[in-house]
Design a protein around this ligand. Structure first.
Ligand SMILES: NC(=O)c1ccc[n+]([C@@H]2O[C@H](COP(=O)([O-])OP(=O)(O)OC[C@H]3O[C@@H](n4cnc5c(N)ncnc54)[C@H](OP(=O)(O)O)[C@@H]3O)[C@@H](O)[C@H]2O)c1
Length: 266
């Protein structure tokens, strides 16, 4: 099957890269208003570049709308909308209803909120579609990139956008803060970087592997308890995080990102 990206920026590249790393046999095509955006993919002949929107829509079986939300209307209204093709939007905030309003010829439509984890085949991809065939097809594509979550109430796509769509940025910020804290305590950048990165990686991996083994979703609080000895160092760190409303800051970050997604959809 031929997949065409309409807009080939950061997220489209992450999806393309993930698909190329998987065992899937999709042929990839892309179209972007900036020809210099193809770089590596073009040089290595990994993806076919199509010079205009009409040609890529004609060529491909599945079209992925991967432009910014503000550019989506332009792209959607420029499409012909074939009954035989499937269309996937990864744009934050914009509902499938709105896309159908912009172009009533687009019938087979799904909405996906992936994340940057696609680069490492660890994307969280939430999928909504009221069309069963498109839903199945979309799931089969995104299954190659990590976990897929089927959403039956489209309104919840805003929450997923605030949580896992934007989530990588919060994790990177946490990593940055840990690295800088290590430097503050006298560690070199390299040492602090390695220690911080592998602390995050190791903690999450240990929890995940335990969950896989026992088929559970262990509460993180149970793991915090395991690493917090009475009167020890960790509880001192935890008290400080609590004093500075660490959890509250995260709740609010995700709340505001969710609200922004709702706003984009208006
Ligand atoms: N980045 C993420 O982590 C993430 C996660 C989940 C979902 N998303 C969603 O994915 C979509 C793309 O995000 P992104 O971060 O990949 O954006 P991006 O890096 O800006 O990529 C979009 C690309 O499309 C181009 N473009 C703009 N208008 C176009 C048009 N009419 N026809 C063809 N190409 C056009 C852009 O050019 P210009 O630079 O000139 O505009 C840019 O090269 C967004 O809707 C976003 O909500 C992103």
């Amino acid at each position: 099957m031929k997949i065409g990206f309409l807009g080939f920026g950061k997220m489209a590249k992450a999806i393309a890269y993930g698909l190329l790393q998987s065992n899937s046999s999709y042929q990839l095509y892309c179209y972007d208003i900036h020809p210099n955006t193809f770089s590596d993919f073009e040089q290595k002949n990994l993806i076919k570049i199509i010079p205009n929107l009409q040609a890529i829509e004609e060529e491909c079986d599945i079209l992925i709308f991967s432009v910014k939300p503000k550019d989506l209307k332009d792209v959607v209204t420029s499409c012909k909308g074939y009954d035989t093709k499937h269309y996937i939007s990864i744009a934050a905030g914009i509902s499938t209803k709105k896309i159908h309003e912009w172009n009533s010829h687009i019938k087979n439509l799904s909405r996906v909120m992936p994340n940057l984890g696609a680069f490492a085949k660890h994307s969280v991809s939430a999928i909504f579609s009221s069309n069963q065939e498109t839903l199945n097809l979309t799931k089969s594509i995104f299954d190659n990139l990590g976990i897929t979550i089927l959403i039956d109430n489209e309104e919840l796509m805003h929450a997923i956008t605030g949580l896992s769509g934007s989530g990588p940025a919060y994790v990177f910020l946490f990593l940055q803060a840990m690295i800088e804290a290590g430097i503050r305590e006298g560690l070199s950048y390299e040492l602090s970087y390695q220690a911080s990165l592998h602390t995050i990686l190791g903690s999450v991996k240990a929890l995940w592997e335990n969950n896989q083994k026992n088929q559970t979703l262990t509460h993180p609080a149970d793991w915090i308890k395991n690493v917090t000895s009475p009167g020890g160092t960790t509880i001192e760190g935890l008290v400080e995080l609590e004093k500075n409303h660490f959890k509250y800051a995260i709740y609010n970050a995700i709340h505001q990102a969710t609200n922004k997604s709702k706003e984009l959809g208006k």
